[in-house]
Design a protein around this ligand. Structure first.
Ligand code: C5P
Length: 219
C-alpha cells in the first residue's frame, strides 16, 4: 500500500501521516526533510542558494544518515530551514538528484530501526504527482493561510523558536508562492487526488475519513 499526502505547510499532512503510520504500521517518509537537509547544509556552508553547481553537489551527496544528522540542528524546522528548503527545491537539477532516493523508499519501506513495513506513507508537495504517481491513495490537504500560519506559529512557540505570527504568515505565503509557481514539480493535487480541507475539520473526523478510504482499498 502506498499513500501520498501532499499540500502546503501546516495543512495537517504530518499529523495525519504519523497517525496512519502508527495505526497501519506503514513506514513514513517526510520528503520535506531532504530539501530541508540540502538547504540547511548549504546555509551552514555559506553557499548562495542560487549557486546551482554547489547546491547540486550537496544534493547528490545527500543520504538518509546525513539528513537525520542535520535534522537535530535548531534551524532544521525553523523559518530559515523552511525557506532554504523551498529555494533549493525550486532548482530542477536538485529535484532530479533527490528523486531516486525518494522513489526507492517505496520498493522496500522500513522503519527507523530497520524493521520491514507493510506499506509506505509519503508526505510532501509532489509525492502523488512525481515521486509515486502509482500510489494507491492520494490525498491533497488544504487549509486557509491564516489557520496554517497560526498552527505553525504555535508549533514554533512550543519549541521555543522566537518569531511572530505576522512573520510566520509572510514566510508561509512566500513559500506557498514559490512552491506552487516553480517550473518543476509545482505543488498541485494529482488529478486523482482526494482534496481534504482541514481548516475547520476535527482531527479525529479527518483520520476516520481517511481510514475508511484505506479500508475500502484493502478489501
Ligand atoms: O514539508 P516541509 O515544510 O518540511 O517542506 C519544506 C520545503 O521543501 C517545502 O516548502 C518545499 O519547497 C520543499 N518540498 C518539495 N517537495 C516535496 C517536499 C518538500 O519541494 N516533496
Amino acid at each position: 500500500m502506498i499513500i501520498t499526502i501532499d499540500g502546503p505547510a501546516a495543512s495537517g499532512k504530518g499529523t495525519l501521516a504519523s497517525a496512519l503510520s502508527k495505526l497501519y504500521k506503514y513506514a513514513y517518509f517526510d520528503t520535506g526533510m531532504i530539501y530541508r537537509a540540502v538547504g540547511l547544509k548549504a546555509v551552514l556552508e555559506g553557499i548562495d542558494l542560487t549557486d546551482e553547481p554547489k547546491v547540486l553537489e550537496i544534493a547528490k551527496a545527500m543520504t538518509f544518515e546525513k539528513m537525520m544528522a542535520l535534522s537535530s540542528h535548531p534551524d532544521f524546522r525553523s523559518d530559515i530551514g523552511g525557506q532554504s528548503a523551498s529555494k533549493v527545491s525550486a532548482i530542477t537539477s536538485v529535484r532530479a538528484a533527490l528523486l531516486k532516493m525518494q522513489q526507492d523508499f517505496a520498493l522496500s519501506p522500513v522503519f527507523a530501526d530497520g524493521t520491514k513495513a507493510e506499506g509506505v506513507i509519503y508526505d510532501g508537495r509532489d509525492t502523488g504527482t512525481v515521486v509515486c504517481p502509482q500510489a494507491d491513495i492520494k490525498l491533497f490537504m488544504v487549509a486557509s493561510p491564516e489557520v496554517r500560519a497560526m498552527r505553525r506559529f504555535k508549533e514554533f512557540q512550543a519549541k521555543g523558536i522566537e518569531t511572530t505570527y505576522e512573520k510566520v504568515f509572510e514566510d508561509m505565503k512566500a513559500r506557498d508562492k514559490r512552491d506552487s509557481e516553480r517550473q518543476t514539480a509545482p505543488m498541485k493535487p494529482a488529478v486523482d487526488a482526494i482534496i481534504i480541507d482541514t481548516s475547520d475539520m476535527d482531527p479525529k473526523a479527518e483520520i476516520d475519513y481517511v481510514v475508511s478510504l484505506i479500508e475500502s482499498k484493502l478489501k
